[in-house]
Design a protein around this ligand. Structure first.
Ligand code: CO
Length: 482
């Protein structure tokens, strides 16, 4: 594979990895905590070429799952990686783009393209995130077609069909756990003359029947990559990146290119009661765009909503592969707090730190939907926009204080917090008792490594070198069940 002269070293993170491996033991430098066990499972794109055609966008690459297994007592780290064997991947591997991806359409004549708009099958390229349906492990993307896999072998078990009639075309790869019931909560967007966001819950018994909580209508649905829950509410943050659903069928453009940036709409925050689907209200704040919510919680008569907020949606354009590999000017998102007065209707906006933050993680098991103290994410050294995300950031959301980890020429991915097993569930202080795991690309060494940091200080405890470069991925989970 050639490297264009204007490509930057981090462009390697936007290249395919075709090699699948299973290594029982990586070389480990430093010392793992003795309590660390289980697996870090990560998802991300790893195949961008279909014959002589290329997928166009970072979010289009075909899904690969990576697994790091830990035996802290023996100081061992194992590694395996495998493509998800989906219809989308099989076609691309055979040189055909057969399903519409986020920003790439199947290659067809204009006539056929218009015709197939009405009949096309959605992609099963679940390259975004991983979650559990009870005991089952599934990979997710923004079409409602989860793909189940075996975490022990990384073998693909197949597309999970939902046993209900919820019918939507678009969903999020970021379901939440209802903080009270433990049910999975998510929504699907049902496109129509008037579209609907259908918020649903799914029992964690391994079944796939979704139960409708409530519906919110929208003439011009927003592109929302994630949403938030508090203990009481589901919160949909409608950024002013909106679509006229008919255009998805008629325009002949790939999915995301049908959405328009209309900042005059502001950001509409829909607050829906998780118990009965009743609409508490729709609130309007200043325009922004975000992929990721950090957390949300009820605070008296307010809902507090923390986002990694961009000024606009131009970040999507900069992540087309030709631009991402050269990266002139990367828009940066910053942790931003929206405080929504449920009775007053007031929306106050406050930036929590000048540091950039993306791919945020919290102590989810104990703090999801509740007040919390720490957020972890990837950031940009000195706020530089002429490089890719190159540092890890820990933010104290109550004080704005930050810690960072940085190593020149290295590009860390999403930091996954793993709390020490005896960490008390105290509301403060214990949230950061544990380690942070991140897969770091070191283009100079033409390799990646798994980095283990102390979650309190972001100082290094250990690293384990992988024998190849792991392409930039999105999201992962730690589990002690695999
Ligand atoms: Co995401």
């Amino acid at each position: 594979m050639g490297t264009a002269p204007d490509e930057r070293p981090f462009a390697a993170g936007f290249r395919s990895l075709t090699e699948e491996t299973d290594l029982p033991e990586l070389k480990v430098e430093g010392a793992l905590p003795g309590w660390l066990r289980g697996s870090l499972l990560r998802n991300g794109p790893a195949l961008y070429e279909a014959g002589d055609r290329s997928l166009r966008h970072w979010f289009d690459g075909q899904a690969m799952v990576h697994r790091f297994t830990f035996d802290g007592a023996r100081g061992r780290v194992g590694y395996a990686n495998r493509f998800l064997d989906t219809p989308s991947h099989r076609a691309v591997a055979q040189g055909r783009i057969s399903y519409p991806e986020f920003a790439t359409d199947p290659c067809r004549s204009i006539f056929a393209r218009v015709f197939t708009r009405f009949t096309r099958e959605p992609t099963t390229n679940t390259c975004v995130s991983l979650t559990r349906f009870g005991e089952r492990f599934v990979a997710l993307t923004e079409t409602p077609l989860p793909v189940e896999f075996d975490p022990a072998t990384l073998e693909t078990l197949g597309v999970v069909g939902y046993e209900d009639a919820l019918n939507g075309q678009v969903t999020t790869a970021h379901p939440h756990q209802d903080p009270d019931t433990g049910d999975l909560v998510n929504y699907v967007t049902r496109f129509g003359a008037t579209s609907e966001y259908r918020v649903y819950r799914q029992k964690m018994d391994g079944g796939t029947a979704r139960e409708l909580i409530g519906v919110q209508r929208a003439r011009h649905p927003s592109y929302m990559h994630s949403f938030a829950v508090t203990r009481r509410y589901a919160v949909l943050t409608e950024f002013p990146l909106v679509v006229t659903p008919l255009s998805i069928m008629l325009s002949g453009r790939p999915f995301i290119e049908n959405y328009r940036w209309e900042p005059a709409r502001g950001t509409r925050i829909t607050v829906m009661d998780l118990r009965d689907g009743r609409l508490r209200g729709v609130y309007e704040g200043p325009a922004c765009f975000a992929f990721h919510h950090i957390n949300a919680f009820d605070d008296g008569d307010d809902v507090v909503l923390d986002l990694c907020a961009y000024e606009d949606a131009s970040v999507i354009d900069t992540l087309y592969l030709d631009r991402a590999r050269t990266c002139g000017e990367l828009p940066l998102s910053r942790p931003t707090r929206y405080r929504v007065g449920l009775s007053t209707g007031k929306v106050d906006v406050e930036r929590l730190t000048p540091e950039a933050m993306e791919l945020p993680r919290i102590a989810y098991e104990t703090r999801n939907g509740s007040s919390y103290r720490y957020a972890y994410g990837v950031g940009a050294r000195d706020g530089r926009r002429d490089d890719f995300l190159d540092q890890l950031v820990k933010l104290d959301v109550t004080t704005g204080e930050t810690h960072t980890w940085y190593e020149q020429g290295s590009y860390p991915g999403e930091p996954v917090l793993v709390r020490a097993p005896d960490a008390p569930d105290a509301p403060e202080g214990a949230e950061d008792d544990g380690v942070v795991l991140s897969v770091v690309l070191d283009p100079t060494a033409r390799a990646s490594y798994l980095l283990v940091l102390d979650a309190r200080t972001l100082t290094e405890r250990a690293r384990a070198r992988v024998p190849h470069m792991v392409p930039f991925g999105f999201h992962g989970i730690h589990t002690t069940d695999a």
